[in-house]
Design a protein around this ligand. Structure first.
Ligand code: 3PG
Length: 212
């Protein structure tokens, strides 16, 4: 199954900042235990690539994505590691073009109508809406659904989403899935609170299932 199909079925993407590679496998186990075989590992830490490799080799059933893709140069390495999808905070032409050249599923980040149209013209129809809460959130997405709802474009809002507002996003037809760190918080990971991560993951999954 294509990574985007899995994301749209599960509807919740855990966005993880992993600082110690030792956290990789217990975190993956905690998510799997919570019913989620999906993770976005942000490329913000030294440990990111090794973390991705460790999860890929120990849990091949897990769809591993890479977040915070800022440079086109990393894409071939991600493809070699078996990364299933990528996420950029913005719409960066060199990253977008390289992703298309190597056939790598990318969700570039957008907020404005101009950015949405630029991404669409480049052939992207799964877009990260970032930073969601700081940029108008649900209200902005409802407005964007007017001109773009019929085009096949779907958004993955991230940035400021939590258990309190997740259902509002998930109820919008223009929203394919939501992303967030609230259930894989950096502090929970660094403190080794994996049982709590499993509990929060189950809670997020049941909320997503109730809004599918
Ligand atoms: C990010 O790229 O940091 C994501 O959008 C996650 O945002 P959050 O930490 O506010 O959930």
């Amino acid at each position: 199954m294509h990574a985007f199909e899995v994301i749209e079925k599960l509807r919740v993407v855990p966005v993880a900042v992993i600082e110690q590679v030792e956290s990789a496998l217990p975190l993956a186990e905690a998510l799997l235990e919570g019913g989620l075989n999906l993770i976005e590992v942000t490329l913000r830490t030294e440990a990111a690539f090794e973390t991705i490799g460790a999860i890929r080799s120990s849990y091949p059933e897990m769809i591993v994505g890479a977040g915070t893709i800022l440079d086109a140069g990393v894409l071939s390495r991600l493809v070699d590691l078996g990364v299933g999808f990528g996420v950029s905070p913005g719409l960066n032409r060199s990253v977008a073009e390289e992703a298309q050249r190597v056939g790598f599923p990318l969700t570039p980040g957008v907020i404005t109508p101009t950015e949405v149209e630029r991404a669409r013209a480049m052939g992207f129809n799964r877009l990260k809406f970032f930073p969601a809460e700081a940029s108008g959130g649900v209200k902005m997405l409802k407005a964007l659904a007017g001109p773009y709802g019929h085009t096949g474009i779907r958004f993955i809002p991230t940035g400021g989403i939590n258990l309190g507002n997740a259902a509002d996003y998930l109820s919008l037809p223009i929203v394919a899935a939501i992303g967030g760190s609230w259930f894989v918080d950096k502090k929970l990971i660094n403190d080794g609170k994996y049982t709590e991560i499993t509990r929060l993951t189950r809670e997020a999954m049941s909320l997503a299932a109730g809004n599918s």
